[in-house]
Design a protein around this ligand. Structure first.
Ligand code: MN
Length: 479
């Protein structure tokens, strides 16, 4: 970390100051009242909730936990019905300040979030790094924000730092050179490395690098998406053969971590050649080499040892309606919880590939505009999976550099919209979080998020008009 500049220094002091103030409020309220913790259901949210729950349990505090997929008036009214003196939101809330302060006006409220703020935080203790001048989309996650508060509650909570790294990876914030972190995330990583909880190495970033046979690890990798290899185990086997990399030693499958440097290099060369043969740019392969984060207290050979895989497991739990299982793992449960989470992950993969096949084979599932791809998942895609599908379609780059929009209808009959941009589109000025924040209320809905990834929920009857306006507002930015 570079020495902070003069204004940087003040920014850091203010951050610490605000964390300390928010932490004392939490301590004071938790002494004689129930705390309600509400966290977002994605990998970052589950990590954030786990960090905050661990910190509250250590106070000790009596905590009631809710994992939520969104905020709207109904969810807040439910929360209002639960007896508690303090409501803490993690990884969600900043985009909904007005309805939160209105509906929960009789409560003390803490919001620890990194999403783009909207509205007036009346009576809310708003701990959002954006406000203090830190870019929440790039340099700190919801889990990181929760971690800063946890550390302000008790410096011994520094042992929760690995979960903040898991959360940041869940939100794909490893965007500095060689899949590294920047800003506050790198400070948190320093905590984890200094306490010997995480080790960082430069290596091939394939999914399951310590747990899966090499060909399956390559086939399971979708970030970056490797056309012709992602999801194609047979082709990955053929590639290993062509690279003269043995897949087994005696009867045991080898994993990426068993390979020599030379073997890894041969694999990379073959992948580059394969990508170029498809007329694609070989550079995406560079994203396969970079920082690998190992959680040193986890068993080698389990998918919790690798922080990226840990995040993927939590993400699967959230998306498959098993968020509580994710929290159990996040606060340290192993054994049966770990086994159950692996089963959930397998189901999640099956579900996701079913959706991807459906998109690939149903001409009516999708509409392509100049700058958008719209997938209409009504009746097919589960409401909790739209974000995952949208990320996968976007990272697959099958439709070029476009904004991906995935819609479906929720159990309560609303339309849910998940959007993803690419880094290049964000550089050109696309800010999906801001766009959905301003557009959704005009259609009686709510929306928001990050520049690169955002979502909205609106009445179903408004969907077509909403999509038309969304598309033309993106066109307005890019044309
Ligand atoms: Mn987040």
């Amino acid at each position: 970390m570079q020495p902070p500049s003069a204004s940087g220094e003040r920014k850091y002091l203010e951050l610490r100051d605000q964390a300390t103030r928010t932490a004392s409020l939490i301590k004071e309220k938790a002494r004689d009242d129930i705390v309600l913790l509400a966290t977002h259901f994605d990998a970052d949210g589950i990590s954030a909730g786990s960090i905050m729950l661990s910190a509250l349990n250590r106070l000790p505090a009596l905590t009631h936990l809710r994992v939520i997929d969104r905020i709207d008036e109904k969810i807040l009214e439910d929360i209002e019905q639960i007896q508690s003196g303090l409501v803490i939101f993690t990884d969600i809330g900043s985009g909904y300040l007005d309805i939160i302060s209105k509906i929960l006006r009789n409560r003390d409220i803490v919001i620890a979030d990194h999403h783009q703020p909207l509205g007036d935080p009346v009576g809310v203790h708003h701990f959002n790094t954006h406000i203090l001048g830190f870019n929440g989309s790039e340099e700190i996650s919801g889990a990181g924000t929760a971690y800063l508060l946890a550390k302000a509650l008790d410096s011994r909570n520094a042992d929760l730092s690995p979960m903040a790294i898991v959360g940041a990876l869940g939100d794909q914030q490893d965007k500095a050179a060689k899949r590294g972190f920047k800003g506050l995330n790198s400070e948190i990583l320093k905590d984890a490395v200094d306490s010997r909880l995480i080790e960082v190495k430069q290596d091939l970033i394939f999914f399951g690098r310590q747990t899966r046979p090499v060909h399956r690890a390559i086939a399971s990798t979708t970030d970056p998406f490797l056309p012709g290899l992602s999801g194609e185990e047979d082709r990955c086997l053929a590639l290993l053969d062509a690279a003269s990399v043995p897949t087994k030693i005696e009867d045991r499958w080898r994993t990426i971590s068993d390979l020599s440097l030379d073997e890894k290099q041969r694999i990379v060369e073959k992948i580059v050649a394969h990508i170029i043969s498809l007329n694609l740019k070989g550079e995406i392969v560079m994203d396969l080499i970079g920082s690998v984060y190992s959680l040193l207290r986890e068993d080698p050979g389990t998918s919790l040892r690798d922080a990226r895989e840990f995040a993927t497991l939590l993400n699967a739990c959230g998306r498959m309606n098993r968020a509580a299982l994710g929290i159990a793992i996040g606060v340290g449960d192993r054994g049966d919880s770990y086994k159950a989470a692996q089963e959930v992950y397998a189901q999640y993969k099956t579900t996701l590939s079913k959706y991807m096949n459906w998109i690939a084979t149903s001409p009516n599932a999708m509409r392509r505009g100049r700058h958008v791809v719209i997938v209409n998942g009504n009746g097919v895609i589960d409401e909790n999976m739209t974000g995952a599908v949208s990320s996968l379609v976007s990272s697959s780059n099958l439709f070029g550099d476009k904004v991906t929009i995935v819609t479906t209808v929720t159990a309560s009959g609303d339309a849910k919209v998940s959007t993803r941009a690419t880094e290049r589109l964000v550089e050109k000025g696309v800010n999906l979080g801001k766009t959905l924040q301003s557009l959704a209320p005009r259609h009686s809905g709510v929306g928001g998020g990050h520049a690169i990834a955002a979502g909205a929920t609106i009445p179903k009857i408004e969907l077509e008009r909403f999509l038309t306006e969304l598309e033309s507002s993106i066109e307005g930015l890019l044309d």
